[in-house]
Design a protein around this ligand. Structure first.
Ligand SMILES: NC(=O)c1ccc[n+]([C@@H]2O[C@H](COP(=O)([O-])OP(=O)(O)OC[C@H]3O[C@@H](n4cnc5c(N)ncnc54)[C@H](OP(=O)(O)O)[C@@H]3O)[C@@H](O)[C@H]2O)c1
Length: 285
């Protein structure tokens, strides 16, 4: 079986390639697609077949997917353009009769999460495509909070607009492991999998965790949306980005990332990494 991975040049995609190789997959049956030529060359150095893939150029998709039976469509990072880009990959997969695995967002079809509409649109395209597919509704990568954790450790304070909202994050590597496991099995065909860490956490708990790991107190400035936007712009963040970040945090405060049903742990065959272990490793403690 030949497996193609779009976004293989990105952080998640590179880890999926690593996970497939770690599971003994023949490198020649992995097509790693992306645009970044330096990373494509590094992937080729691992023995896999690297392929230039540009979602806006169907010819690159047809060339990359020739002879492929499964496609992992890793959602793109160009917000606003993604529905059209993902449709191009779905159409190319249909032309070669491949099945498809797509990385989506938590509760994509029902959530108010500001990032969800393009994922909902892509899931709708998949539903109407006639393809065999699996949806991986990935919760947040814990890595999204690396800077916040380091800042909490160095300054003793942490800024957020997430209120009491819980975040069912897990390290990117664990989502990559799940993607590899799903690609190598037929068990998940037709499933929509909500994937997240076993123990969703709040920012108060994150602060307490950093304090426990470092041995110094950490306070949380938990701001309402307008005050959070003002604090971010005062710190030099442009207005559009500040509003986007604050809106995401308001969604989290409303519970958009709180759900976790143990599916990720079940697929990877062990509990997800606890927050305290993640923080200790990040801070080298
Ligand atoms: N769950 C979360 O916490 C979270 C956080 C951030 C993002 N995400 C989503 O998850 C995806 C994977 O995460 P990541 O950390 O691996 O992101 P990333 O490092 O930014 O990787 C994005 C990948 O998408 C590829 N890509 C983007 N636009 C493309 C286009 N027009 N044509 C072809 N390839 C294109 C990039 O290829 P090149 O670099 O080669 O151009 C890269 O390989 C993101 O793209 C985003 O949709 C999830």
């Amino acid at each position: 079986m030949t497996i193609a991975i779009t976004g293989a040049t990105g952080q998640l995609g590179r880890l999926v390639v690593e996970q497939l190789l770690a599971r003994g997959v023949d490198p020649f049956t992995i097509v790693a697609g992306g645009r970044n030529e330096d990373v494509l060359a590094r992937l080729a150095g691992q023995g896999v077949r690297s392929a230039r893939v540009d979602y806006s150029d169907a010819s690159t998709l047809d060339a990359a997917l020739a002879g492929v039976e499964k496609v992992l469509l890793i959602s793109g990072n160009e917000t606003g353009k993604r529905s059209v880009q993902h449709k191009a990959v779905i159409d190319a997969a249909r032309r070669v009769g491949a099945s498809l695995v797509y990385t989506s967002a938590p509760k994509a079809t029902t959530t108010s999460l500001v990032l969800a509409p393009e994922h909902k649109a892509t899931e709708g395209l998949l539903e109407g495509s006639g393809l065999t597919y699996t949806v991986l509704r990935n919760n947040w990568y814990t890595e999204n909070y690396d800077d916040a954790i380091r800042q909490a450790a160095s300054t003793g304070s942490i800024l957020t607009g997430t209120g009491d909202g819980r975040i069912a994050s897990a390290p990117r590597r664990e989502f990559a492991e799940a993607a590899a496991a799903v690609l190598l099995s037929d068990e998940y065909a037709g499933e929509i999998l909500e994937l997240g860490g076993d123990e969703p956490w709040t920012f108060d708990e994150l602060a307490a965790t950093v304090a426990a790991v470092t041995g110094t107190p950490v306070t949380v400035d938990n701001l309402p949306t307008d005050a959070y936007v003002a604090a971010l712009t005062a710190a030099g963040v442009d207005d559009g980005t500040a509003r986007f970040v604050a809106t995401l945090d308001a969604d989290i405060a409303d519970g958009a990332l709180a759900g976790s049903d143990g599916t990720l742990a079940r697929i990877i065959g062990r509990p997800t990494t606890p927050l305290e272990q993640y923080v200790a490793e990040l801070l080298g403690r």
